[in-house]
Design a binder for this molecule. Structure first.
Ligand code: IMP
Length: 194
């Protein structure tokens, strides 16, 4: 059962392929490297995932799976949310983290709650399946750890006393918002082929 991963991020493709080990699903890259995927112009993670999955699926006449994710900070009314990748003007991981730490300056531990959220959405001939996963934590006060990407160095997992960037890939995959969403959508994806 072939499904195109509607993302140009090779890391995501590999992550999904690892998660699908032992299932009947076969995740493949976008068949045409130069294909321009439309802008993420939706107002929710789900809308953005739908834009990507529908476009790629209709273009190649194959089922497609897209994800959209980001960081929601309670003290900032859910921001950066869908703007997580482009929070700072430089749009780099480092600058995004620095801007967030600056905006959280002076807030105490109780005011620093946050979560990563991931929406996964599969599309085929008008059929849609979707799922959501979250990873709860807190915005730390400094950078720690060298692994991962994005906001991982400033995302504290209070139960472990570790920042997400201190976890190995396998450890992160066990608890991440993406793997939680994937576990939920795994079975549903088969219905795209009926
Ligand atoms: P995307 O939509 O999955 O490409 O993610 C959008 C942005 O959300 C990324 O550029 C990161 O800034 C942030 N993000 C999403 N997932 C993670 C994660 O697992 N760790 C750190 N940052 C993340």
């Amino acid at each position: 059962m072939k499904i195109i991963i509607a993302s140009k991020n090779k890391g995501k493709l590999t992550e999904f392929q690892q998660l699908a080990t032992g299932t009947k699903l076969e995740f493949i890259p976008i068949p045409e490297e130069k294909l321009e995927i439309p802008e993420e112009s939706g107002s929710t993670f789900r809308e953005n995932a739908l834009i990507k999955a529908k476009f790629v699926s209709e273009y190649f006449s194959l089922p497609a799976l897209a994800d959209d994710s980001g960081l929601e900070v309670d003290a900032l009314n859910g921001n950066p949310g869908i703007y997580s990748a482009r929070y700072s003007s430089q749009k780099t991981d480092q600058a995004n983290c620095e801007k967030l730490l600056e905006n959280m300056r002076g807030l105490n531990k109780k005011e620093r709650s946050a979560r990563f959220r991931c929406c996964l959405l599969g599309y085929n001939q008008g059929k849609i399946v979707s799922s959501e996963g979250t990873l709860e934590g807190e915005i730390a006060v400094d950078f720690r750890g060298e692994k991962g990407f994005g906001y991982d160095p400033i995302f504290l997992l209070p139960k472990l006393g570790l920042h997400l960037a201190e976890l190995d890939k396998d450890e992160k995959n066990k608890i991440s918002h993406r793997s939680e969403a994937f576990k939920e959508i795994n079975d549903k994806l088969h219905s795209l082929f009926n």
